[in-house]
Design a protein around this ligand. Structure first.
Ligand code: 5GP
Length: 204
């Protein structure tokens, strides 16, 4: 039986730069995984192409896809639906190729429930570590400002619970290379490779 591909999910808080990091990863010449193009009901932005950036759908079309069970996950984000077509994900994994999803956190949670064996990477804002050092050095911000930041930081840190890895998006290139390294390491995980060696012994 063919070995299945790896399901890779990149997620994190809104505004952290998931899209930028994902685009940078896929601009590399040697990417070895497929990108799962999402469906959305939001209008295309200038330069976005249907079938490349997203599959752009009407609300009716999207709700029909939900009803037919064609989405692996979906979420409503700032008044629009976003979702991952399930068939492409399954076909890619079954063909033994890795697939990469870049989605918001509610969707990532749904994928974790369906694919607990996936690789879940949380992209964290550099403001979390900045906040930490500012609190330590007691910066000039008022208590009120610090309190607001702490609350936001708490929520973001709590979101991490679901993930296997946390990558700080301090610099796009650095974040991308950490993500690439994590994927390479994941392929070497004992649980993923041991069965090959067992087979070798059995055929002896
Ligand atoms: P944007 O409108 O800026 O392209 O995307 C808005 C948010 O939707 C981003 O956080 C992006 O990661 C997320 N997103 C994109 N595609 C999907 C998807 O298929 N499912 C979910 N749950 N979120 C998505």
């Amino acid at each position: 039986m063919k070995e299945k591909g790896l399901l890779i999910v990149l997620s994190g808080p809104s505004g952290v730069g998931k899209g930028t990091v994902r685009k940078e990863i896929f601009s590399q010449p040697d990417v070895k995984f497929e990108y799962s193009i999402s469906m959305t009901t939001r209008a295309p932005r200038t330069g976005e192409v249907d079938g490349i950036d997203y599959f752009f759908k009407s609300r009716e079309e999207f709700e029909q896809l939900i009803a037919e069970g064609k989405l692996l996950e979906y979420a409503e984000f700032v008044g629009n639906y976003y979702g991952t077509p399930v068939d492409y994900v399954r076909e890619t994994l079954d063909a033994g190729r890795d697939i990469f999803l870049e989605i918001e956190v509610q969707g990532a949670q749904q994928v974790r429930e369906k694919f607990p064996e996936g690789l879940f990477i949380f992209l964290a804002p550099p403001s979390l570590s900045e906040l930490h050092s500012r609190i330590l050095t007691r910066g000039t911000e008022s208590d009120e400002v610090i309190k607001g930041r702490m609350e936001k930081a708490r929520k973001e840190i709590e979101m991490m619970n679901l993930y296997d890895y946390v990558v700080e998006n301090d610099e796009v290139e650095k974040a991308c290379s950490r993500i690439q390294s994590i994927i390479v390491a994941e392929h070497c995980r004992r649980e993923r490779v041991q069965h090959r060696y067992k087979k070798m012994l059995e055929s002896d």
